[in-house]
Design a binder for this molecule. Structure first.
Ligand SMILES: Nc1ncnc2c1ncn2[C@@H]1O[C@H](COP(=O)(O)OP(=O)(O)OP(=O)(O)O)[C@@H](O)[C@H]1O
Length: 763
């Protein structure tokens, strides 16, 4: 049964109309369009895409971590206030004249002259104010944090900033406070998706459907326009501050939800929150995450502070909305509705919640003006309509039909009667969310949709040899962070257990883990420069961990889309990276289909030094035996404790029916198995203490990859000692041990080194 939306309070239609008009005026800034006019259809992917999880039980997330800093209100001296009031009264007179002209002011000569006068007057006022400020500095708090007009670009957190390095941001005309954050984050230039989306979204007030490769900066492509508009509104409101409370409220309503960003997974919601918060650091605009697993009471407390931006997953958002959470149901001031990773949203199990949230949104003027919309049991009142809510729909693998594109271009969205029922495509989802005609479609996906600097490769092997090749990659080329993707949790458990027995330290991430454990795993992985994460596809989307150098597809994903997202965990934000797919004979046809969907004719074979493999096989064989014994042992223990527990719960006395002989045999077997385990472990440890050297290894020269940094240090120490002994004993040069060190080469480098001889798999 569909969840029940709460009833909303009604407001005066007149006030809403005034609000809308004010907002329209704010948005009428001129802009030089530079959007690509691309009519090519997106590549359409097929596949079942049975992703694991994404919506898990979270025990608790510390409020402190996502707490709100509630801004201190600005204090002004009495003199300052009365001075401002006079100024603003003067200003209002000229503005009244301005506003009576209605919406079509941009570009008119009158407006231009008026604006010029205003700018001159403002400069004069500012000059006066400056002098005044000098006298009354002690009585005031700096207003820069709110107005942004006077921060010092030369000093970001104590570092001086060379603005010329950031000139590429100038054309985007962002608010100084946002630029300050950009300088702090050292983002030298906007990424292409940001360059294309920000003018349309921030200055033209357009809806945007954005698609670009993974890691291309899509979060800020919608995050910056939201912050820009909120800051502009604030500034305008500040200018009117003493004039009339009501007018200020219309322009920049306080304490109301302005932007609702929906993501398919909790991790992504937390990540988007952090990212937007980081950029909004100096603005006092508040951003909070609302995700499942966090205690409802805590989230209600966060929402009581009335943040302007809420980022959440559909499940928890709807739970609070349907419970009548005031901040989430007063949506008449909502100016932005964002669907991040939109294509995943239509696949995920929280579809009904998303549908219900969308149905709660007041209708936008352009899509269904004048029609009340039935939302299951609740009627969204038309008087709540706000004209300019912007809808942003983003993904790396967005599939839009050419029909839909044409419809957007022609502006025929208006006439479409939306059938109330299942939303089964990005198109109906966007349309229903109020996507307006002439939305900007920013499609920066290339034919292969993969990041430019991603080098893709494969290793062909038997299914049972995948562990050996994975161990080879991690031990011979284990440099930089690596994510190993498995499709099933069973495979993940098997692989990670073997790797641990082989002394490779790995973290795991899958849907059956508690949310707290998941966040911990991500944190630890993030904190280790050479960390290894074995994960299911729950980590495939959106996870933004800098410095992931390699992605290994231990098992092929169910769809090409998931392959794109998995591979997109590396080569992010203009860096390079490498993906390696392990292909067994069973995978060949699936892999061929995958390549076809990216129009790839060939894939590069990852170079494997075969001489390592016999040693790898030896170690692996021992590790498998160890694993088998340990697994059986823990299964027996689990079985026994299950049996004991159940017997105890029904107060059953368990009799030992085994004969004396059987008991002795059992005991003997256990002893044998335990000593066998010990022997295997010793043997394995002995192998692991040696470098994984090729057969041609010379005992006089230690060289090549496969020597861990620790082992290499030990050898160097040994060589130094030996050299000292030789010197002291006065022996000749013979017998001296040389250590020829060589850092392990990371997979990308190995692939590049082997470029000239690298084979291709022809399909
Ligand atoms: N202009 C920029 N210059 C440099 N780095 C940037 C810029 N914008 C964003 N980034 C960084 O790039 C990384 C990827 O950004 P983001 O997570 O927004 O990518 P995305 O396109 O949403 O990826 P995905 O599709 O995988 O979710 C982040 O670490 C972000 O801080």
């Amino acid at each position: 049964m569909a969840p029940q939306p709460p009833q909303k309070k009604s407001k005066k239609t007149k006030r809403i109309r005034e609000d809308s008009e004010q907002l329209e005026r704010i948005q009428s800034l001129s802009w030089n369009p530079s959007l690509p006019d691309n009519d090519d259809p997106f590549s359409l992917f097929t596949g079942s895409n049975e992703l694991e999880g994404g919506f898990l039980s979270l025990e608790e997330i510390d409020e402190i971590e996502y707490g709100l800093e509630i801004p201190k209100p600005e204090r002004k001296s009495k003199r300052e206030k009365s001075k401002e009031t006079t100024k603003l009264q003067k200003r209002k007179r000229s503005q009244d004249h301005d506003e009576s002209d209605g919406e079509a002011e941009a570009g008119s000569d009158e407006k231009f002259d008026e604006e010029n006068k205003k700018v001159k007057a403002k400069k004069k006022r500012e000059k006066k104010k400056k002098n005044k400020n000098k006298k009354s500095e002690e009585n005031e708090e700096p207003a820069a944090a709110v107005t942004g007009a006077s921060y010092c670009k030369d000093d970001i957190d104590g570092d001086s900033v060379d603005e010329t390095e950031y000139y590429a941001w100038n054309e985007l005309r962002l608010h100084p406070l946002l630029l300050k954050s950009i300088y702090r984050l050292k983002f030298k230039e906007p990424t292409p998706i940001q360059k294309a989306c920000i003018p349309a979204a921030a200055h033209q007030g357009k809806d945007v459907i954005g698609a670009a490769e993974t890691g291309s900066g899509k979060t800020l492509a919608f995050g910056l326009p939201i912050l820009q508009r909120l800051l502009e509104e604030r500034e305008k409101a500040d200018n009117l501050v003493a004039e009339k409370e009501e007018a200020v409220e219309k322009i920049s309503p306080k304490g109301l939800l302005r932007a609702l960003i929906i993501t398919p997974t909790r991790e992504l919601a937390l990540q988007v929150t952090d990212h937007v918060k980081e950029v909004a650091k100096d603005t006092n605009i508040r951003v909070v995450p609302i995700v499942g697993g966090m205690s409802t009471e805590k989230q209600e407390r966060l929402l009581k502070a009335r943040p302007e931006i809420v980022v959440g997953t559909p499940g928890r958002l709807w739970e609070l909305m349907s419970g009548g959470e005031v901040h989430l149901v007063e949506l008449h001031s909502l100016s932005f509705f964002v669907l991040d990773e939109a294509d995943r949203m239509i696949e995920s199990g929280h579809f009904h919640e998303l549908q219900s949230i969308i149905d709660m949104l007041p209708m936008t003027s352009s899509s269904h003006e004048g029609q009340p919309q039935n939302t299951q049991d609740c009627t969204t009142v038309v008087s709540f309509q706000r004209k300019k809510r912007q809808t942003f729909v983003f993904s790396a693998t967005l599939a839009l039909s050419s029909d839909f594109r044409k419809k957007l271009k022609k502006g025929s969205m208006k006439s479409k009667q939306i059938v109330i029922g299942e939303l089964n495509s990005i198109e109906t989802l966007s349309e229903r969310a109020g996507m307006r005609a002439n939305a900007a479609i920013v499609d920066l996906t290339n034919a292969s949709i993969m990041a430019d600097k991603l080098e893709e490769s494969f290793i062909e092997c038997r299914e049972e040899d995948k562990d050996a090749y994975l161990y080879y990659i991690l031990s011979v080329h284990g440099q930089g962070r690596t994510i190993v993707f498995c499709t099933s949790i069973a495979a993940l458990r098997h692989t990670s257990s073997l790797l641990r027995i082989l002394g490779v330290n790995v973290w795991t991430l899958h849907a059956q883990m508690q949310q707290r454990a998941r966040l911990k795993a991500i944190d630890r992985f993030r904190g280790n420069e050479h960390g290894i994460l074995v994960a299911t596809d729950v980590a495939a989307r959106g996870l933004d961990i800098p410095g992931v150098r390699t992605v290994v597809h231990y098992q092929l994903p169910h769809s090409a889309e998931v392959y794109v997202h998995r591979s997109g965990r590396t080569a992010r934000a203009c860096t390079d990276g490498c993906s390696i797919t392990l292909i067994s004979p069973n995978d060949t046809s699936k892999f061929a289909a995958l390549c076809k969907s990216f129009s790839k004719e060939s894939f590069r074979r990852f170079p494997v030094e075969i001489s390592y493999m016999s040693e790898v096989a030896k170690r692996l064989s021992l590790a498998r035996q160890v694993d088998k014994i340990m697994r059986k042992d823990s299964q027996d223990k689990a079985k026994q404790s299950w049996f004991d527990r159940n017997a105890e719960s029904i107060e059953l006395e368990v009799e030992d029916n085994d004969s004396e002989e059987e008991r002795v045999n059992n005991c003997k077997q256990k002893k044998v198995s335990s000593s066998h385990l010990k022997k295997l472990q010793q043997e394995l440890n002995m192998l692991l203490s040696r470098p994984l050297q090729p057969k041609t290894f010379s005992h006089r020269f230690l060289a090549g990859a496969g020597v861990s940094p620790l082992l290499q240090n030990q050898f160097e120490e040994l060589a130094r000692q030996k050299l000292g002994d030789i010197m002291n004993s006065g022996e000749g040069k013979m017998g001296k041990l040389l250590v020829i060190g060589q850092d392990r080469v990371e997979p990308l480098q190995a692939l590049r080194n082997a470029n000239h001889e690298c084979e291709h798999l022809r399909l």
